[in-house]
Write a protein that binds this ligand. Structure first.
Ligand SMILES: *Cc1c(COP(=O)(O)O)cnc(C)c1O
Length: 357
């Protein structure tokens, strides 16, 4: 392995920390950030921790024009006994490289990225909030930086990590959400970029989300782009169903994002002796099961909320009310167990957490 000397330039002008009970998502950043450069002849080099602040880019930088960029989302949690834990961070770096491969971005060294992330968080330990439900959101990302309008992969990149303390997703406890089943717009198709965490996948969903919000929905459930029949996922969450006592989730087909929470829920349920069937799921078949009174629980899964119970699905003017708009027993148990593991309250028997020390 190439050796990289991490340079640390400490910020002497530290900011005030926000009040922990009401931190809006993604608007407050810590005192430092991480940057590493890529150049074709040098590979990834010059890793640095520097004071948080604006960066300078050429107006022709490729990221502004053709969107060659990838990102990750993960969290650090404070335990009651004062430790700071990451949740399966190696899976995020593995996925970052998968996304990069799809976007023709050179891979980073996953072990090095984790090691440097730990050093960054160690320096920012006081920024990891302690109030129950809060955490430090971690945003690693890569941008293409060549000043060049020719369509094609950049020869220079920046890999960066910024950190943002975040409040509880559900300050008043788990709240079931209303979701619109989208049958006009498409998020992703097989062979496209749906399995990558890349910028354009998100901005292309805004129109559908805005329309859904006007009608009182919190988000949209995407269907497959070809037949508009098979269930894919919600805005930034995978989706699970408990139908007639069995747990189902759409199978990964190349257009669905491979969620680490999704993977963890499948593994956790398996460890409890509850099988999860990953398969192609048609929305009309879900509706039939609903009419037969068999749909017991629906929940979204992702780093932001961990579990987001779905209380209502709106599909072509038909309403599916799930579990009387109440949180299902399994949803609650999964939420309590995973957040318990993340914050050190529940024993980490599956060896998922990584301590910062
Ligand atoms: C990030 C993301 C998810 C959830 O992934 P986690 O690793 O569980 O946070 C699901 N769908 C999309 C589209 C996402 O961007």
């Amino acid at each position: 392995m190439t050796t990289y000397q991490l340079e640390v330039i400490e910020n002497t002008a530290k900011k005030d920390k926000p009040a922990q009970d009401q931190i809006p998502f993604g608007q407050t950043f810590t005192d430092h950030m991480y940057i590493m450069e890529y150049q074709t002849d040098k590979g990834w080099h010059e890793p640095k921790i520097v004071p948080y602040g604006p960066i300078s880019l050429d107006p022709a930088a490729m990221i502004f024009h053709y969107g060659q960029t990838v990102f990750e989302g993960m969290k650090a949690y404070h335990t009651e006994d004062g430790r700071v834990l990451l949740f399966r961070p190696e899976k995020n770096f593995e996925r970052l490289n998968l996304s990069s491969e799809r976007l023709s971005i050179p891979p980073i060294d996953e072990d090095l990225a984790l090691e440097h992330l730990k050093q960054l968080i160690k320096l920012e330990k006081d920024w990891v909030p302690k109030t129950p439900g809060t955490s430090l959101y971690i945003r690693p990302y890569i941008i293409s930086t060549d000043a060049n309008l020719a369509v094609g992969p950049s020869s220079t990149y920046k890999y960066m990590v910024i950190l943002s303390p975040v409040g509880s997703y559900f300050p008043g406890g788990l709240q079931p959400v209303v979701i619109h089943v989208e049958d006009k717009f498409t998020r992703a198709v097989k062979g496209g970029t749906g399995m990558a965490k890349t910028a354009g996948n998100y901005s292309s969903g805004y129109q559908a989300q805005a329309n859904a919000k006007k009608e009182g929905n919190a988000d949209v459930l995407w269907l497959d782009g070809v037949e508009k029949r098979y269930i894919e996922e919600v805005g930034s969450m995978n989706i699970f169903f408990k139908i007639d006592g069995e747990v189902f989730t759409p199978e990964l087909n190349g257009s669905i994002l491979k969620g680490i929470t999704r993977m963890s829920i499948i593994e956790l349920l398996n460890s409890w002796g509850i099988p999860v069937t990953e398969k192609r799921m048609a929305i009309d078949e879900l509706y039939e099961a609903y009419q037969a009174g068999k749909v017991e629980e629906v929940f979204g899964t992702g780093t932001a909320a961990v579990i987001s119970p779905v209380g209502e699905l709106n599909w072509q003017g038909q309403k599916m009310i799930i579990n009387n708009h109440e949180i299902g027993e399994l949803s609650q148990k999964l939420y309590d167990t995973i957040t318990g593991i993340q914050t050190g309250k529940v024993e980490d028997t599956l060896d998922w957490t990584v301590e910062i020390n």
